[in-house]
Design a protein around this ligand. Structure first.
Ligand code: TYD
Ligand code: MG
Length: 457
């Protein structure tokens, strides 16, 4: 009997089955069986010891490590995130939720590269050739002249894709998206864990052989739970995450992993009619849009190594619901819960009978403890109906700092760079752990003495 070409391996216990089962017969876990190509029968077999010839280790000092010149895409923020451009032969995973602008960004990059005389290839399994052309037309007229010159292949069969990459030998190739390609010898549907791993692995083989840099596009759902891109993170050289709210114009591009650069940086883009435009003065824009109303405060956040000023808004309104609503966008729900608890317990701002909404303006996501104080001040100011800095302050107030469980304020990294950024944009008062040791003191400094003692109704 012919050996089956694939096996199903439990991703938890390693149990193997010829057929797929919903529940692993080995460890009884559900939905853990993943289809993989069957291992080679002999020679490189698993149990055999020292079957191959011994390799010769080389002292690292004696290794030639030629720094291949990077391929700059011409999109400044993208190049910066990659550490100075695309590394030839590297594999980059670009993740993000649908509609965020992944295809736009990759088409722009290839268009600019093609325009600069590089060999490129765009492989799309998602859209028809006509749809891609329409996008390219918009981009050609806008920020990426050269977009219409990109060689394009609309294909979902992995074998054809690999053969095309082999034949065309592009310097940079985009695969949009890794979840739409399927290897014919696996029975699983495109997008399943087994397929995604197989597709990425085989593309990587071909790419490394031909020194082709590949940008794999992958969809991630909001919670990142979808089977797919996550399983590739260990395989690729660089993981870029495209974030933001689809309905808003601002997008942030973040490096989650980078073998050839830092993971500290963030690029801010704006989606316009002719494509994505880099926002180099993000702080200036967010500050200009900041209001002076109660419930608004400017947070001096750090996006990697760059300070970024964003407006945090809060609304506190009486509620009939038990428990009342806690809605937030751009910050972590649990962080908000903690801040509300400390506000109530240590600073006399109770919100137990009110709905609380907190929003980071512009669709930016802030994931750092330094945001605590800004959230607390926005909520307190909203609860009391008093603008930060007092009624007659003309510029928005700025805050940053971590809040401890006992109501103390804790210093956060890059204190100076945050205050410098606030000063640069003329923000009047900056409330930080340096100014106030506790949350209560910060409230007094920000809302004035009288309100420090008043309670939220
Ligand atoms: P897209 O790149 O297709 O998203 P993804 O590949 O991540 O799913 O683009 C998403 C949105 O961007 C789409 O709603 C249309 C909009 N868009 C613009 O606003 N301007 C443009 O120039 C282009 C090409 C797209
Ligand atoms: Mg797309």
């Amino acid at each position: 009997m012919a050996r089956p070409a694939t096996v199903h391996i439990c991703s938890q216990c390693g149990h193997q089955e010829a057929k797929w089962h919903g529940q692993c017969p080995g460890c009884r876990a559900w939905n853990t069986l993943v289809e993989e190509r069957a291992p080679e029968p002999a020679g490189r077999g698993r149990g055999l010891r020292a079957a191959g010839a011994a390799g010769t280790p080389v002292r690292l000092r004696d290794l030639a490590a030629d720094q291949a010149p990077r391929i700059p895409t011409g999109i400044g923020e993208l190049d910066r995130l990659l550490g100075g451009g695309i590394v030839p032969g590297s594999l980059v995973l670009l993740g993000g939720s649908p509609g965020i602008g992944k295809s736009t960004l990759t088409t722009m990059a290839l268009g600019l590269l093609q325009g600069a005389g590089r060999r490129t290839l765009y492989i799309s399994g998602e859209e028809s050739a006509a749809q891609i052309r329409l996008r390219a037309e918009r981009l050609e007229a806008g920020s990426a002249p050269g977009a219409l010159d990109i060689p394009m292949l609309a294909e979902t069969d992995l074998a054809t894709v690999l053969a095309t990459m082999e034949a065309e030998r592009p310097e940079v190739c985009v695969v949009d998206s890794v979840q739409t390609l399927a290897a014919g010898d696996l029975t699983g549907a495109a997008g399943t864990v087994g397929q995604v791993r197989e597709v990425a692995g085989r593309i990587m083989e071909v790419a490394k052989r031909n020194d082709t840099a590949v940008i794999l596009v992958g969809h991630v759902t909001k919670d990142g739970a979808l089977a797919g891109p996550r399983v590739l993170e260990h395989l690729v050289d660089c993981v870029l995450q495209f974030e933001g709210e689809k309905e808003r114009t601002y997008r942030t591009l973040r490096a989650l992993k980078n073998r050839f650069g830092s993971t500290n940086d963030v690029g801010v883009f704006e989606m316009r009619d002719g494509g994505l435009v880099e926002v180099l003065d993000a702080s200036a824009r967010f500050v200009a849009e900041a209001t002076r109303a109660p419930g608004s405060v400017v947070l001096a956040a750090m996006e990697g190594s760059r300070p970024l000023l964003v407006e945090v808004q809060a609304l506190v309104s009486p509620s009939e619901l038990v428990p009342p609503r806690r809605v937030c966008a751009g910050i972590d729900r649990n962080r908000l819960a903690l801040v509300l608890a400390v506000l109530a317990r240590h600073a006399g701002v109770g919100t137990g009978t009110a709905d609380v909404f907190v929003n980071v303006v512009g669709g930016v996501r802030v994931d750092e403890p330094g945001a605590d104080l800004a959230i607390a001040l926005a909520v307190a100011s909203a609860a009391r109906g008093v603008p930060l800095g007092g009624e007659d302050a003309r510029v928005p107030a700025c805050a940053f700092g971590e809040i401890g469980l006992t109501g103390e304020l804790r210093t956060v990294a890059h204190h100076d760079r945050r205050t410098d950024e606030a000063a640069k944009f003329g923000l009047g008062i900056v409330i930080s752990p340096d100014v106030a040791p506790t949350l209560r003191a910060a409230l007094t400094a920000a809302l004035g003495r009288a309100s420090g003692a008043r309670r939220a109704a």
